[in-house]
Each structure stands twice: as structure tokens, then as C-alpha cells.
Design a protein around this ligand. Structure first.
Ligand code: HEM
Length: 338
């Protein structure tokens, strides 16, 4: 378990070294102010910000701001009130139990075809295809799954470079969002595709690597999948901006302050048993009215992915961290049958 944890921590630290080293160093306090930026680490403070503090959903440098650019006006991440509730209702149906049952054969067929072809397989392109095929089915796009996944990847890394200027290496690609939009029926789909594909491509290989290194293949289950999502926190930080003054964990927050909500720490990924296990497993999907509507799909998809691998007891042959991706993950993860 310790090897699995320390290798996974390297994925997180190496992907965005300056930012994540700063977050690791300040983790022990629930809320830390650095000028006009407030780092929110503690589970209670994280929940409080997401459920109680008014957030500016269109501010530049937030997920909502990036979604607004991507979708030519902005949907979901930056919506409030009735408009947001109506869009959420449609999504809740598309991503609820029936929606998941409808989409499941799409990713199961990718898994059947791609696992396990020969002695060694790179799991990253397999997951890209699985995520691209799922997003295409969800949005009604006829784009080729791998091409769609790569366009979503480029659009997200361009947006992340806008979120965290100077902290991320490589230059931003200004046409990435246009390329993605051209593959999709409407602009809401671009935001949905970015949210679904990049988290999946980050999450599934890290969970498989963890299972391989910790010898967890015989224990694969829905509960293990949910716990691996907690431990890896695929979307580790949520950049937000306060819309009004508030106090969180004793720390005064002013409207306009930049909030860095650390989902990884709110989920207590560093603890084998968190203080509130149910909240910790939810925390990696956010909280409150904007919490991730894809959580159920993500958990079922990860369970299926691990179950498809488990009979081969894969071991990691070589792993390369992706320095270009918006979320910490692998550029390639070669595994062989164990
Ligand atoms: C391991 C996989 C995933 C993780 C860790 C994850 C995590 C998150 C997080 C942390 C948020 C922000 C929540 C908040 O502000 O409170 C979010 C929002 C969102 N996610 Fe996910 N997500 C995952 C998979 C997916 C999938 C598969 C889909 C769609 C099929 C999806 C669609 C969305 C959408 C549409 C939003 C915006 C919701 C809103 O603003 O109302 N996510 N996700």
C-alpha cells in the first residue's frame, strides 16, 4: 500500500510541481491566506465554501470562467438559479441510473476489445478511447473516440494554463476549444466532454497502477473503486472566486478573493480512515448545488475497468507522468500480465 501511495503521490507532485508542493506544505491548516488567495484544505471548510459561500461563477481563472470560454457564453459551471437547475435536471437524467445503464455497453465493448491484446498494454490510450466513446455516445457526436478525447485533453490543458499562469509549463493552444466544438453538436457538449474525458483519463490509469502496486486485484469491487477515487482525487483542486464576504473556519474571506479548494485534502487522501468516510468519498466530486453529476457514472466505469483488468493481475512495467495534462495523470502506463 505504501509503495502504491508514494508512487501515486509522485504523479500528483510531478504534474504541477510548484503548485502542489505549496499545497502539500500548507496542508495542516484548514484555511491559509496568501495575499488575496485563500487555500482551503480542511473538509469542513471545503464543504462550507461549496455550500454556503456565494461564488462568482463567471470569474476568469475559475472552472466556470473556463467553461464560459469553451462554450461561447458559459453553461453549468457558471450558471445559477433556475437556469442551472433546469440544465442540471436534464443532466441528472442523462447521467442517472438509466443513463449509466444505456452508456455502459459503450465502454464495456472498448474494454472487451482492448484488454488484454498481448503481453504488454499501455492503459492510457485504452482509457482515452473508452472516455471518448462514452462522451460521443452521451453527446450524440459522430467524432472518432480517440480524436474526441485528444481534443478534450487539449482544450482542458489550454484552460488550465489560463487558471494557473506561470505555474504550468508549455504554451497554451488558443485554437484547442474551437477544434473540440467542431466535433460536437452544441456548445454545452464541449463543457460536458471536457469534464468527463479529462477526469476519466486521469483517474482510471492511476487507480489501476495503485491496484497493481498494492496487490489489490483480488479485492476489486465497487467499494474499492470509490475508495481509490478518494485516495487519488483525480480533480485535486477547484479554483473558485468568492462573490461576497464570508468567514470560513475563522478566516475572513472578502468578495473577489481567489479560493483554491483542495479536494485532495478535503477527501483526506493521506489517511487510511478519514474522519467522515462518506463525505470524504463525495468530496472528490465536490459538494452542494454544483457537485459532479457524473459521479455515479465515474464510479461504475472505474469498477468495470478494474474488473476487466483483475483476471490478468497486471503489474506495472513502465509509467510516465503527463506534464501537459490539466489534471495529474499518466502520459503512458505500460502493464503486463502478472
Ligand atoms: C473520476 C471522475 C470525476 C471526478 C473526480 C469529477 C470531479 C468533479 C468535480 C470536483 C466537480 C466540481 C464540483 C463542485 O464545484 O462542487 C465536477 C463537476 C462536473 N462534472 Fe465531474 N468528475 C468526474 C467525472 C465526470 C463525468 C464522467 C462527467 C460526465 C459524464 C462529469 C461531469 C461534470 C459536470 C457537468 C460538472 C459541472 C456541474 C455543475 O457545475 O453543475 N464529471 N466534477
Amino acid at each position: 500500500m505504501n509503495l502504491a501511495r508514494s508512487r501515486d503521490r509522485q504523479v500528483y507532485l510531478r504534474s504541477h510541481p510548484v503548485l502542489f508542493a505549496l499545497l502539500a506544505a500548507t496542508r495542516r491548516r484548514p484555511v491559509v491566506r496568501l495575499g488575496r488567495t485563500v487555500l482551503v484544505h480542511g473538509p469542513d471548510a471545503y464543504r462550507e465554501v461549496l455550500t454556503r459561500v456565494p461564488l462568482d461563477r463567471t470569474a476568469a481563472g475559475t472552472t466556470g470562467g473556463a467553461a464560459a470560454e469553451l462554450t461561447d457564453g458559459g453553461l453549468l459551471f457558471d450558471q445559477e438559479g433556475a437556469e442551472h437547475r433546469a440544465a442540471r435536471r436534464d443532466l441528472a437524467t442523462a447521467l442517472g441510473s438509466e443513463g449509466v445503464a444505456r452508456l455502459r455497453p459503450v465502454w464495456q465493448s472498448v474494454l472487451r476489445e482492448r484488454l488484454f491484446p498481448g503481453k504488454v498494454v499501455d492503459l492510457v490510450p485504452v482509457v482515452r478511447e473508452l472516455a471518448g466513446a462514452t462522451a460521443a455516445a452521451l453527446t450524440g457526436s459522430s467524432a472518432e473516440p480517440l480524436a474526441l478525447a485528444l481534443a478534450a485533453f487539449d482544450a482542458a490543458s489550454a484552460a488550465a494554463r489560463d487558471h494557473l499562469p506561470g505555474l504550468l509549463p508549455h504554451r497554451r493552444d488558443p485554437r484547442a476549444a474551437d477544434r473540440l466544438n467542431a466535433m460536437l453538436p452544441d456548445s454545452l457538449d464541449a463543457m460536458l466532454t471536457v469534464a468527463a474525458v479529462n477526469t476519466t483519463v486521469a483517474a482510471l490509469p492511476r487507480a489501476a497502477a495503485w491496484c497493481a502496486r498494492a496487490g489489490l486485484w483480488p479485492e476489486v469491487s465497487a467499494e474499492l473503486a470509490a475508495e481509490l477515487l478518494r485516495l487519488t482525487a483525480p480533480s485535486p483542486i477547484l479554483p473558485r472566486v468568492a462573490a461576497a464576504d464570508a468567514t470560513v473556519a475563522g478566516c475572513p474571506i472578502r468578495g473577489g478573493d481567489r479560493l483554491v479548494l483542495v479536494a485532495r485534502h478535503a477527501a483526506e487522501g493521506h489517511r487510511a480512515v478519514p474522519a467522515d468516510p462518506a463525505f470524504a468519498q463525495q468530496a472528490v466530486f465536490g459538494a452542494g448545488p454544483h457537485a459532479c453529476p457524473g459521479a455515479q457514472l465515474a464510479r461504475v466505469q472505474l469498477t468495470d475497468f478494474l474488473a476487466a483488468l483483475a483476471p490478468y493481475r497486471p503489474v506495472v512495467v513502465r509509467a510516465e507522468v503527463d506534464r501537459r495534462s490539466a489534471l495529474p495523470g499518466y502520459a503512458s502506463l505500460l502493464v503486463r500480465k502478472g
